[in-house]
Write a protein that binds this ligand. Structure first.
Ligand SMILES: [Zn+2]
Length: 330
């Protein structure tokens, strides 16, 4: 077999919200005490809602498969992936070990970025299509995959409908780039850093791929702001109910700026403020987020609106102010 990864994940105690906390507590305890397998069983039965020794054994097999723990001579120690994840509990480290050991996560992430909203039934159909294996035909694996993606903050669930979060959309975008779409693999580095000589044919490839903006990132960011302008709060509409907005790249994607196609470099704006940004008539202070507009204008807010999930890059606000803005001396 070419792909001997597991078919499914297991549930962990603590539901979607608590499971990573419980897991981190368990791993820290294992790291400190290097307990016997028996002691780990007892810990889980005492500290979680687990009631069955069989279920606990099965679960420990799962976290060992993820290399979060290792068991040797009846001593349990922290695994390579466990140690890396515990350092700062980076959800991407966890996702890496999940995808390295369990099938289906990349498939689901790609489906999310193509289709947007997916129910658990959709997820099951996608797994059944992609993997010709009987286990996928029950509801269990799809829901458990989705729960892990939710626990890691890559998927949000509302009213039975699942969507990518902004960090999930960013991950899906990077995954797509790694899988060769666009074909220039070097271009997958999100910050545009590349090694080696910068020869002109490569530069040309890079410019071409840059122009292919990542529409799923743009769409996710727009929906995060419900199409409201970060500078004035206005939302323009196509009709009575459907809003729209523009996305402005603070450090433009094309030459000579060569800005990265990441949400840290993007603002959701109304068409008027998009024009003002392009014309260099408005600047935003990277620290205070205070907005300076070139002329008296009642529409523009005093400070930029930034939602928690949007990690805007101060460096890009600075780039915009320094390279693009030509405000008169004040
Ligand atoms: Zn606006």
């Amino acid at each position: 077999m070419t792909d001997d990864r597991r078919m499914t994940t297991d549930r962990f105690y603590g539901g979607v919200d608590g499971r990573l906390d419980i897991l981190a507590t368990l791993l820290n305890w294992i790291d400190e005490t290097e307990p016997t397998e028996e002691a780990v069983h007892d810990w889980i039965l005492a500290e979680t809602r687990a009631r069955s020794r069989d279920a606990v054994g099965k679960h420990l097999g799962f976290i060992a498969a993820l290399e979060l723990i290792e068991s040797d001579d009846d001593t349990v120690t922290i695994g390579d992936a466990g140690a890396r994840w515990l350092t700062d509990r980076d959800p991407r480290i966890f996702y890496e070990t999940l995808t390295a050991n369990v099938k289906g996560f990349e498939t689901l992430l790609a489906a999310f970025s193509e289709r947007g909203e997916l129910t658990d039934d959709d997820l099951r159909d996608i797994l059944v299509d992609a993997f010709d294996e009987a286990q996928m035909e029950t509801a269990g694996p799809a829901a458990r995959h989705r729960e892990w993606l939710q626990a890691l903050g890559f998927v949000a669930r509302d009213d039975g409908v699942n969507t990518l979060t902004l960090t999930g959309a960013q991950l899906a975008s990077e995954q797509r780039a790694e899988m060769g779409e666009p074909p220039d693999a070097d271009d997958s580095a999100p910050d545009g850093v590349r090694s080696g000589g910068d020869t002109s044919p490569t530069r040309r490839t890079r410019a071409v791929t840059r122009v292919q903006r990542d529409q799923s990132l743009v769409d996710t960011l727009k929906s995060l702001y419900a199409n409201r302008c970060q500078l004035c709060g206005d939302r323009r509409q196509y009709d009575q109910t459907t809003g729209f907005s523009h996305v402005h790249h603070l450090q433009p994607l094309g030459a000579p700026h060569d800005g990265p196609d990441v949400t840290a470099n993007m603002l959701v704006v109304c068409p008027n403020h998009h024009a003002d940004l392009d014309h260099g008539l408005v600047a935003v202070d990277p620290e205070s987020l205070e907005i300076t507009h070139a002329y008296a204008d009642a529409e523009t807010n005093a400070t930029l609106t930034v939602v928690d999930e949007h990690e805007l890059g101060a460096a890009y606000l600075r780039y915009h102010s320094q390279e693009r803005v030509e405000l008169g001396e004040s």
